[in-house]
Design a protein around this ligand. Sequence first.
Ligand SMILES: [Zn+2]
Ligand SMILES: [Zn+2]
Length: 350
Amino acid sequence: MRRLPIYFLIDISESMVGEPIQQVEEGLATIIQALKTDPHALETVYVSIIVFAGQPKTLVPLQEIVSFYPPKFPIGSGTSLSKGLGHLMYELRSNIVKTTYEVKGDWKPIVFLFTDGVPTDDTQAAISEWKNNWQRTANLIAVSFGNETDTKLLGQLTENVLHFKNTNVQSYKEFFKWVTDSIKTSSISVENNSSGFELAKLDGETISKIDLTKEEPNKQYVDDNYVVLSGKCQNTKRPYLMKYRKNIAPSIYAGIELASKNYKLVGAYQVDNNYFELADNSNFNNKVNTEELFGAPTCPCCGNQIAFAVCVCQKIHCIGDEQISTCPWCNNQGSYGYGEGGFDVNRTQG
Ligand SMILES: [Zn+2]
Ligand SMILES: [Zn+2]
């Protein structure tokens, strides 16, 4: 039986923290569950999951559906699409069985790329490699989660760039059903020896195709759609992330219309210690002023009232009602007061 390899290449950068990554986690589990009851898929489909933040990682190596167990998704720092793509191509090279005179190889692999942001590194080399070596031997579907993705860039990889409006839980359900249906129809069409790749019908409401001729290119190395700050819990020593979403507030000053930018709190989330392993090692120093940030969360690890205390070492941790606090980053001890006005803090790459 020839295999139909399905690769999921998933952005697990900080901006995915919270609802998006939870929904992807559950969504992948429902896809596998549904495929397990589909005779065509069960026979031909093999699945692998690759994640990328500042670093890439194979979360699930290519395997048959029967033995597939849905993984828990980590969160990492940065969005290195080039390393994600590089790792995908490495996996494809190592795993795909080519057709020769003796052997009938695998069907054309299908890659689903999910990303919600802007790459934080230069992607041109990886994109050229993809164009030269893989664009014709694999089918790639790039799915933009939300409105903030660099779709022009994704359009260089594939003509299948889709926009998923991740508005609520129901839209995630519909989206993952669409992915499941696409895998099912593809597994049937390879059996019939036709194209071997057939996306399910788009409803145009939750998922729609992006007109790539209309988008303006943008190039930047910080994902500015979110501000994400990383902190460490004083009590549990666990890392956590505080996520703020960009908000453009129109204001009028001296009769001139201005748009002032600020960031509104989405939430605070505990992350695993491997957050640091999946981070980009390059020197990154980008600041945001606290006056631009609206909302202050409690610590998601221990429930301390204030998650946003900044130590002299410039790093963020939580504080409770103790007299003397100990910074979990540098072990400096001190008492904290409320600062006057805004101050700069380090933000993550997103
Ligand atoms: Zn804490
Ligand atoms: Zn410190």
